[in-house]
Design a protein around this ligand. Structure first.
Ligand code: TRP
Length: 339
């Protein structure tokens, strides 16, 4: 009997491992993954090697979060029976592909990558730029092509990585005269970046403005009540600004009742709705979203053997897939394959 099922769409997503996951991840990518795991073959790459590209001298900043991130995934409903969790550093084919691709990428092309450029500035790396950091888009291209991903769900800032990946795909395919590598398509979520609770840029651990999936009820409340609103909205009766007001940005992202948010915005703009009332409502919403996640997460983190098993199983499966792709490429490049 022939397999009559059409091939499933392959999705690769991943996170640089540098800390526990937060609400920004939840709204930006985790929710989408919950949906995609029912529709496609989804791999979730725990990108610890990429985490090391700017933590080379402090590897514990990466390794200490592996179980946290795995628990984060599972606690929101990522199902290991549907999504394959895998560990980048345990997939040697990814490193080998990176080295092969690097021969086809110029240094000036790497230096032009806008995301890398702005990260170098943000992280203040310009005076001592690790070579591994400069080339991480190539390692990401290795990730994506090793799994033959059709679709890569990413934030806006990752689009240059996809572009660079597809450049490498055409070069390799041209070079080998075969369609060895599959071009991929990015899908960018409909919600933009969630700002940090202080209103300063994006939510990011290094800025200390995150609400983590693991945050305690007190920490959530504290973050919500100290959120940046409109500094000119002093008295309840003053007209207030909704744009740039973090509380409303979060209500937009997390409140299901869109009409209610609309009404609140009108009241706020007109004058007559106080910050405390808005914050109390947001706090309620976030508490009821995060409480069950936190409890499940706590249960999981106490069962390290289970988490390890999930990571190991997924990584073994991913190892096969990625090794096969590497061998295909090696043989197209007429390199000797010795098992
Ligand atoms: N660069 C991604 C991020 O910071 C993480 C990542 C690594 C990734 N490899 C990937 C994402 C492959 C998608 C596909 O979020």
């Amino acid at each position: 009997m022939h397999d009559i099922h059409p091939p499933r769409t392959i999705v690769l997503t991943g996170d640089r491992i540098t800390g526990p996951l937060h609400l920004g991840h939840y709204i930006g990518s985790l929710r989408q993954r919950l949906k995609l795991q029912n529709e496609a073959q989804q791999y979730i790459l725990m990108a610890d090697m990429q985490g090391l590209t700017d933590n080379g001298a402090t590897p514990e900043k990466v390794s200490s979060f592996l179980f946290d991130v795995a628990a984060d995934y599972l606690s929101v409903g990522i199902d290991p029976a549907k999504s394959t969790l895998c560990l980048q550093s345990a997939l040697p084919a990814l490193s080998e592909l990176t080295l092969l691709y690097l021969n086809l990428v110029t240094v000036s092309r790497l230096e032009r990558n806008p995301t890398v450029k702005s990260e170098i500035q943000q992280k203040n790396l310009s005076r001592a730029l690790p070579a591994g950091f400069l080339i991480y888009p190539v390692s990401q291209a290795a990730d994506i092509t090793a799994f033959s991903a059709d679709i890569v769900p990413v934030g806006e800032d990752q689009l240059p990585m996809i572009e660079q990946t597809n450049e490498i795909v055409s070069k390799i395919n041209h070079l080998t005269g075969k369609n060895i590598l599959k071009p991929c398509r990015a899908i960018v979520g409909s919600v933009g970046r969630l700002p940090g609770s202080d209103g300063n840029g994006k939510m990011s651990k290094s800025l200390g403005n995150t609400i983590n999936l693991s945050s305690t009820a007190d920490a959530i409340q504290q973050a919500v009540y100290s959120m940046y609103t409109d500094p000119h909205h002093v008295n309840i009766s003053d007209p207030g600004k909704v744009e740039g007001n973090v509380v409303f940005t979060y209500l937009d992202a997390f409140c299901e009742d869109k009409l209610l948010v609309q009404e609140m915005k009108e009241n706020y703009r007109r004058g007559g709705l106080g910050d405390v009332k808005c914050k109390a409502m947001l706090n309620d919403i976030l508490q009821s979203l995060l409480q069950p996640i936190r409890e499940e997460r706590q249960r999981l983190i106490n069962d390290k053997a289970y988490l390890l098993n999930v990571i190991e199983q997924g990584t073994r499966q991913a190892r096969e897939v990625t090794q096969r792709k590497l061998n295909e490429l090696k043989s197209a490049l007429r390199l000797l394959i010795i098992d």
